[in-house]
Design a protein around this ligand. Structure first.
Ligand SMILES: Cc1ncc(COP(=O)(O)O)c(C=O)c1O
Length: 444
């Protein structure tokens, strides 16, 4: 399983973006996040061109920054002509620091603070996606005080089970996100928004869940949303100008994963929308899609150094059993997803990429938890010092990283045409204590 520019080079090493991963490790150390810039750019272009081909109305792709957001990533997204979805003051600050055009920023969040809403208004973000009635009132009040109007979408829940992990589903009825269509909350939100002086209400948003390997639920959500647009027209006499269908397209973490391609997904979504809009007698709204994982996920690998290798023997169901743990120099602090929602990963031995898998290994991290990254992967025989490349780690790894056990967060490099550029510096021990304060009564 090799993605984008990944290949096995003449030395038998894994190469990405024209760079030998063994050399990357010599230069930048481990653990190391590596991102294939060309693949990210291609994915952006594929989304834009698929949307143009398969949806006849106006449209825009909004990259979901929660998947991976740094100032460098903002620049790539800006250059490729996408909009950016931010979901906290920190993400918004990052984008503004990178000079991302604020009018192309869409601000999310299910519990935005007054400070976050103020920053969004002051910086002139393109859209604020309002999650609930409390926020709607807060925003209206803030706008009136400032003499501004906010261009908003309202997040609604279409009541659809996305068939993904419980922690990344969001479109069902029982969810903390958005206003429910079925019980009338969504319509009530719109009614109130339309009457508010500080609010310019433009349309509705939904996001039903993430890592969807089958897109049936996404298509169903699109149909429910169009039906809701018709209900709004019938009840309130207005045709909504904008529709945002969120993100969710899954990626290949394992060779057995087979999600639709970007083109296939957008083609089926486009035809579902065209048909549904026609059936409901509506004109085409401006369409936003908000992919995150499917733009950066497969473009990333994480390189680790293998340390201790431990054979554990035990009896299982009365039979002798053996397991080999290979420990790496990172783990749940640089990638919490396996522990958070049992996420699966595949790996390649970067310095032995040309060799066949022979032995089953369990890849474990170095934290004071059972932070197994991969429960079972077939690899060539491992030795301490080998470099393990875990694949498809571009999304929701660095952005979810922590300093658990006071591990400094890894560096991240962008690779392209044989060149590697640092885009996140490795944290130092000094960085770890930077925010610590010894209260006066504890001083020596
Ligand atoms: C509102 C919203 N939009 C977009 C996304 C991106 O989803 P994905 O990375 O699955 O494409 C998310 C992910 O949680 C989200 O919550």
């Amino acid at each position: 399983m090799l993605f984008g520019t990944q290949r096995v080079n003449g030395a038998g090493h894994l190469e990405i973006g024209g760079c030998d991963t063994v050399k990357l490790v010599e230069e930048f150390g481990t653990p190391l996040y590596v991102l294939d810039e060309q693949q990210i750019r291609e994915n952006c272009r594929r989304y834009l061109s698929a949307l143009k081909s398969y949806y006849k109305g106006e449209s825009q792709v909004v990259y979901a920054g929660k998947a991976l957001l740094t100032m460098g990533v903002c620049r790539i997204i800006e250059q490729e002509g996408l909009w950016l979805d931010v979901s906290s003051g920190g993400e918004l600050y990052t984008a503004l620091k990178a000079d991302f055009p604020p009018q192309r920023i869409l601000m999310h969040g299910n519990n935005k603070s007054l400070e976050e809403l103020s920053l969004a208004l002051e910086s002139g973000v393109g859209r604020i996606v309002v999650d609930n009635l409390y926020e709607l009132e807060l925003l209206d009040k803030l706008c009136r005080e400032k003499g501004q109007t906010a261009r908003i979408l309202i997040r609604v829940t279409p009541g659809i089970d996305p068939h993904t992990h419980r922690f990344i589903e969001a479109g069902q009825v029982d969810t903390k996100f958005g206003l429910n269509i079925k019980n009338g909350d969504a319509m009530e939100g719109i009614r109130r928004a339309l009457a508010m002086e500080g609010i310019q209400f433009l349309g509705v948003h939904c996001h039903i869940g993430s890592q969807l390997l089958r897109i049936g639920p996404l298509l169903k959500a699109a149909r429910v949303m169009v039906e809701f647009l018709r209900e709004v027209k019938e009840s309130l006499g207005i045709e909504l100008k904008e529709l945002d269908l969120g993100g969710g397209l899954g990626i290949r973490y394992l060779p057995s994963h087979n999600p639709p391609t970007i083109e296939e997904f957008v083609r089926r979504l486009g035809s579902t929308l065209e048909k549904s809009l026609k059936e409901n007698g509506l004109s085409r709204p401006f369409l936003f899609l908000e992919p995150g994982r499917s733009i950066v996920g497969e473009a990333g690998i994480t390189l680790y150094r293998v340390g201790a290798i431990k054979e554990v023997t035990f009896n299982k169901n009365g039979k002798p059993f053996k397991k080999i743990y290979a420990m790496i120099d990172g783990g749940m602090s640089d990638n919490p997803r396996p522990l958070l929602y049992n996420a699966k990963y595949h790996a390649v031995v970067a310095n032995k990429a040309g060799l066949k898998g022979e032995i089953h290994y369990t890849i474990a991290g170095k934290h004071c938890e059972t932070d197994v990254l991969i429960w079972d992967v077939l690899l060539p025989p491992l030795e301490p010092g080998d470099i393990l490349a875990v694949q498809s780690t571009g999304a929701y790894t660095y952005s979810m990283a922590s300093n658990y056990n006071r591990l400094p967060r890894p560096a991240a490099v962008l690779v392209r045409e044989g060149r590697a550029e640092l885009f996140v510096k490795r944290e130092s021990y000094e960085d770890l204590v930077r925010a610590d304060i010894i209260p006066p009564h504890l001083s020596k």
